[in-house]
Design a protein around this ligand. Sequence first.
Ligand SMILES: C[S@@+](CC[C@H](N)C(=O)[O-])C[C@H]1O[C@@H](n2cnc3c(N)ncnc32)[C@H](O)[C@@H]1O
Ligand code: SF4
Length: 472
Amino acid sequence: MLVAAARAASSKCLLAHPARAAPGLRRCISAASSPAKLDPAPTSIYIHWPYCEAKCTYCSFNKYHIPVNGQDHDRMLKCIEIDLAHALRTDPSQLYSHLGEAVGQVRQESRSLPWDEQGSKPEAAAEDLPSRSKPHIRSIYFGGGTPSLMLPSTVESICEMISQSCSVDPHVEISLEANPTSMSLDKLSAFKQAGVNRLSLGLQSLNDQDLAFFGRDHSAADGLRSAEMAMRIFDNVSLDMIWGRPGQTVDEWRKELQIIASMNSAHMSLYQLQVERGTPLHKWVAQKQVAEYDSDVLADFYEATRETAAQCGFQQYEVSSFYNTRFAPPRKSRHNTAYWEGHEYIGVGPGAHGRRHSWKSPERYRTFCVQSPNAWMKQCESHGHGVRRITRISEEDAMKEIVVFGLRTYEGVSCDTFERFSKGVPLHQFLDGEALDHFIELGLIMWSQDGRKLRPTARGLAVIDHIVADMI
Ligand SMILES: C[S@@+](CC[C@H](N)C(=O)[O-])C[C@H]1O[C@@H](n2cnc3c(N)ncnc32)[C@H](O)[C@@H]1O
Ligand code: SF4
């Protein structure tokens, strides 16, 4: 997995030079170079910070206004530590038999966990991990909400806890999502000191009217300034933009994208605007106050995105993801690649999801944390974890997931990866043969020369969700 992306921690990589590394990272390195036996299956960790200064009109993520009394950083940190410690020390099959498929809050009569009985603070100490070597952590992602509203000391404590409890890859990618309004040079430096080595910055648009329509609390100029600032501190910065916005023309988008691309960040995530249920945007579209583009116009936007990004030196490697070809090695998102390739990830924090692999059997599970920050914190404090629901991933679902995510990337689905999930059933046998042949004939997908990878073509990537639906 993650061949080139694994080195995304940069050629000027602090990690490659421990002597120059920031304190949080130094701890990760020393943990990585400890003699602990490495778990061959890499794991990622997702930590959700749920608060935002303003709620954007298109956003359906699990986010909440900052409480009137401010964010309770100490309590949040304590609960993240509880939730993470539990995930690191508990086999998901054990949690499954404990919670079953129950939906909703964990029942009060649920069994309390060992540290409750002992009355001690939960620690995910290595010696506590039963029948398993330390998890091997390849990426950590602070997502939100707005994680740039966290205290850098919170991020540092979490990185420290992970480095003590896990075997951390020397090239670990530690990403943090940031909003232009909640960052300063000092704060970014402090995040870097804490261990963060990749910053994902949400710009969304360079049009002030669109930013106001989206409910963003920054101007285009603020966005550009914050991107410059981020790139002074981090050499792995990803810029997020949204295209297909109401009233936007393809030409305007090309110009906007040229400006963003000329900033020469390591990576860009260029998303088509999604009208998500439960958002103000969805209501406006339903009430016909806002018109959506039809699929032909969106196809033009998509083509303009690919063309402009390529002209500016960015290579697409997934439907919405582009790396800068001037950076060696390329800074593909290691964390997202882990999602796409079906690897395990632990999800911690309000509303976080996880994909867990049992240590004892080939079973896989999906975990869902309690959504509201207050209810999640209460449950962490009373039950020793924040998971509200855990479901088993059937073999068929696991195989479908590998195909769906794999075909959204230029790498495509590898037969080797697929067969790890299919108990040897070959990929071509799993897919609908007629549909497969049809899409190959249309030039939308193709087999690699050695026949071990099924890949979308550039044209295929534009319509990949429709293609996949017909094949599985
Ligand atoms: C978890 S969000 C938030 C990151 C950060 N709080 C921010 O707003 O800049 C990550 C990215 O998802 C994208 N996104 C969120 N909702 C979207 C939607 N409805 N359509 C397209 N992109 C969306 C945005 O580009 C955003 O930067
Ligand atoms: S700031 Fe980010 S997470 Fe918060 S509402 Fe806006 S897009 Fe969503």
